[in-house]
Design a binder for this molecule. Structure first.
Ligand SMILES: Nc1ncnc2c1ncn2[C@@H]1O[C@H](COP(=O)(O)OP(=O)(O)OP(=O)(O)O)[C@@H](O)[C@H]1O
Ligand SMILES: [Mg+2]
Length: 240
């Protein structure tokens, strides 16, 4: 246990964000404790991706407060935010097609967090597929392998707060199961995970807590233990 156990890994208060003139987040409030897995649910265009992007400083203007391990990040540029120990895995994954699996893995430099990232050996132990495919070109990897590589790559940097956007999207059920095992493993290792998911069945058994986002703000929040009683509300909000 470190001395910061009372400090949330992520604390967002009244976050507003814009893309140019377009106002997309209207006062988001979100709190994530170290080691928690939190899922952001919502309909298409609700503002979940924008929330992750705003945390990373990748939207236009931002207002409000985003504290990462207690440090205010609202005025910081993206690279400084990353160095607070944040790993962002965007929906488009960002695997370089001309590089091999291993070259992609080695690409991002370690973060200056003082926390060491996973070694290549640890990563290959956790993702045996990637070990097998280490010399394959990025484009030759399956969608599932690319997704695992995209996550593995941020684990190597030493990031402890992981922002994962729709990692299960478009992948075969067997791969989605492997990703679910990965999230469980990361949770056991003490990582903090914020994941955006459209696939409710994937997210439901994994998350400690859920937030429902609509029109750029939080409209519902509940813990895993409340999931059953919240189903009617979720059905109404999300059609799940
Ligand atoms: N680069 C952008 N410029 C302008 N508006 C944007 C941009 N990206 C997203 N938006 C708008 O911001 C709103 C929130 O989009 P966002 O991508 O955050 O939604 P989401 O909850 O991730 O949904 P989904 O991924 O299903 O589309 C939408 O109205 C969207 O059209
Ligand atoms: Mg999105």
């Amino acid at each position: 246990m470190n001395s910061k156990t009372n400090t949330p890994a992520l604390e967002i208060k009244q976050l507003k964000a814009w893309y140019g003139e377009s106002h997309v987040l209207h006062g988001m409030d979100l709190i994530v404790q170290p080691g928690e897995v939190v899922t952001l649910l919502g309909r298409n265009g609700a503002g979940r991706t924008s929330t992750l992007r705003a945390i990373m400083g990748l939207t236009g203007a931002r207002k409000g407060s985003i504290r990462i391990n207690g440090v205010e990040a609202i005025g910081l540029p993206t690279h400084r935010i990353a160095h607070l120990g944040v790993g962002y895995c965007p929906e488009e994954r960002g695997i370089f097609s001309s590089l091999s699996c291993e070259e992609n893995l080695m690409l991002p430099p370690p973060l200056k967090t003082g926390m060491s990232g996973m070694s290549v050996e640890e990563i290959y132990a956790m993702f045996p597929n990637l070990a097998e495919r280490r010399h394959s070109q990025g484009t030759r990897l399956s969608g599932g392998e690319q997704q695992m590589l995209a996550v593995a790559r941020i684990l190597r940097t030493g990031a402890r707060l992981l922002l994962l956007d729709e990692i299960s999207e478009g992948l075969a059920p067997v791969i989605v199961q492997a990703l679910a095992r990965m999230i469980t493993m990361l949770r056991e290792k003490g990582y903090t995970v914020v994941m955006v998911e459209q696939n409710f069945r994937f997210a439901a058994p994994l998350a400690d807590r859920f937030y429902v986002v609509e029109h750029g703000s939080v409209v519902e929040r509940f813990a895993a233990a409340e999931l059953q009683e919240k189903m009617p509300v979720l059905n109404e909000l999300l059609g799940v």
